[in-house]
Design a protein around this ligand. Structure first.
Ligand code: GTP
Ligand code: MG
Length: 274
């Protein structure tokens, strides 16, 4: 008689515990983004986070159950003393700015600097997944940081980038899903970023040039030549930029607009140079 052997059960994948923090200026919508994802609701009244808010949530990534400890930080400088001890042992950072507040975008670098300082000289930020949320995209009238500018900043640092609205919910689930999958990939890869995400697919020179073009004050400045430069100088500068930024060669966010602006600047300058 055959033994009645029960079918072998597949071992469940190990559960994982991760720590995630939110960062960004006061009032950019950090708490609302988390609330929208965890509680599926939006609160329009501003209730400043006092120090830190802490919550736990469970999510499923592939066959793994992930226990997420979320530390939602206060953005106000007043709370620096409270939040500075929460930076360590973090696997994921949600870095938020308000697309209608340039200050909050410009402040992203100082948030990274604060974290780096608190982690100390032995702290390693390369094994942390960062997702940048360009939040409040529902406020289209007040928008002053466009998608390519935000994406360029994020992707040139190897960070994820999402356009979000905690009010409408747009982008929120996709952002968290991709964020958690990236954290699990990182953990499964021994804390090293999977090679595909290791570096941006464009160079620092390309990113810096696009930023410079965006901030240039006139056509001379855009081409990087002195006012009154000769046709040859203009053409030489143009050719260099065209090679660097040609949309067939350059995939950096904003490269197409920068390339068009350079073409127009050259045309405008050559019209007036004998
Ligand atoms: P601190 O806790 O002080 O650091 O601020 P915070 O970044 O957590 O901001 P919070 O989530 O409290 O939101 C600030 C204000 O922005 C609130 O009045 C929210 O209702 C509003 N807000 C947040 N997200 C959005 C959004 O996507 N669209 C719009 N229109 N308003 C939003
Ligand atoms: Mg808050």
């Amino acid at each position: 008689m055959e033994a009645n052997v029960p079918p072998k059960r597949k071992e469940p994948a190990k559960s994982l515990r991760i720590k995630v923090i939110s960062m960004g200026n006061a009032e950019v919508g950090k708490s609302c983004i988390i609330k929208r994802y965890c509680e599926k609701r939006f609160v329009s009244k501003y209730l400043a986070t006092i120090g830190i808010d802490y919550g736990v949530t469970k999510v499923q990534v592939r066959d793994r159950e992930i226990k997420v400890n979320i530390f939602d930080m206060a953005g106000h400088p007043f709370f620096y003393e409270v939040r500075n001890e929460f930076y360590k042992d973090t696997q994921g950072v949600i870095l938020v700015y308000d697309v209608g507040q340039k200050d909050s975008f410009d402040a992203l670098d100082s948030w990274l600097a604060e974290m780096k300082q608190e982690l100390g000289p032995h702290g390693n930020m390369d094994n942390i997944v960062f997702v940048v949320c360009a939040n409040k995209i529902d406020c289209t009238k007040h928008r002053c940081i466009d998608e390519s500018e935000g994406r360029l900043w994020a992707e040139s640092k190897g960070f994820l980038y999402f356009e979000t609205s905690a009010q409408t919910g747009e982008g929120i689930n996709e952002m968290f899903q991709t964020f958690y999958v990236s954290i699990v990939d990182l953990c499964e890869n021994g804390g090293k970023r999977p090679t595909a995400n290791n570096s941006a697919s464009f160079t620092k020179e390309q990113a810096d040039t696009i930023r410079r073009i965006r901030n240039s004050k006139d056509s001379w400045d855009m081409l990087g030549v002195r006012p009154g430069a000769s046709r040859e100088e203009v053409n030489k500068a143009y050719r260099k930029l065209a090679v660097l930024l040609h949309p067939d060669k350059c995939v950096a966010p904003g490269s197409e607009d920068a390339f068009k602006a350079v073409v127009n600047a050259r045309t405008a300058l050559l019209k007036n140079i004998k």
